[in-house]
Design a protein around this ligand. Structure first.
Ligand code: ADP
Ligand code: 5GP
Length: 215
């Protein structure tokens, strides 16, 4: 297998984190890149599993030391993908799944063009608002910031290779998983395809030779 990076982007509350968790539960060939953030942890979030939660100064020091493959300020907090995380997962022979925003996805794809970009859409604006508010993770004011930013984020959909609508969760997870399977079979990702085909042609010539002797 030739592992590659996969990015999920979507406005806040669409369900990227939920989809990513399900994909990771299902597939041993996919690993998650744990990002760094200056955001405060939500209830239930675990440092080192969901994010590496760091102070602003620590984030800036890591950024200045070149530790991030990409970073961005999103909804007033800093988020960054650690090069060491991407390497850790790829070195384990797994596709590296990342939940990153539209700015980060653009930077990362420019640096690693083999990256698969998936945009996740909500079924409607109303559903997005109700998912965000039912999560109870944001104050009213912060929720409004996230909803307002969603408008600009949706405008970036054209840069993505795939679009998945997160209406029925299981279907969305199936679709993300199918995209990973199909991408793994792309001609330019399959190692030594030319050698495989040459060997097949040689076998076929042998078969033709033997068969034609029987005439
Ligand atoms: P994001 O990571 O995109 O900000 P989350 O994964 O935190 O979004 O999901 C936001 C909320 O929506 C969560 O409460 C989650 O349980 C819920 N959710 C996610 N996907 C679905 C779905 N397909 N149907 C209903 N609720 C969903
Ligand atoms: P949340 O605070 O809801 O966990 O995430 C807010 C936004 O930050 C989401 O759009 C999420 O995709 C994005 N994000 C999470 N990690 C990273 C990262 O490492 N880099 C970038 N650029 N965005 C990230």
């Amino acid at each position: 297998m030739n592992p590659f990076p996969v990015i999920l982007s979507a406005p806040s509350g669409v369900g990227k984190t939920t989809i990513a968790r399900r994909v990771l539960e299902r597939r041993a060939d996919v690993g998650y890149s744990v990002s760094c953030t200056t955001r405060v942890p939500r209830d239930g979030e675990v440092d080192g599993r969901d994010y590496q939660f760091v102070a602003h100064d620590t984030f800036l020091a890591a950024r200045d030391a070149g530790e991030f493959a990409e970073w961005a300020e999103v909804h007033g907090n800093c988020y960054g993908t650690l090069r060491s995380e991407v390497r850790r997962v790829l070195d384990a022979g797994q596709h590296v799944l990342m939940d990153i925003d539209v700015q980060g996805a653009r930077q990362f794809h420019a640096a690693f063009p083999e990256t698969v970009l998936i945009f996740v859409l909500p079924p409607s604006g109303e559903v997005l608002k109700s998912r965000l508010s039912s999560r109870k993770s944001e104050s009213r004011e912060r929720l409004l910031v996230r909803l307002r930013n969603a408008r600009a984020e949706l405008g970036e959909v054209g840069r993505y290779h795939y679009v998945v609508v997160n209406d029925d969760l299981e279907r969305a997870v199936d679709q993300v998983s199918a995209i990973i399977d199909a991408e793994g079979l792309r001609h330019d990702r399959v190692h030594e395809v030319e050698a495989q085909v040459e060997a097949l042609i040689a076998q076929l010539e042998q078969e033709i030779h033997v068969y034609s002797q029987g005439d």
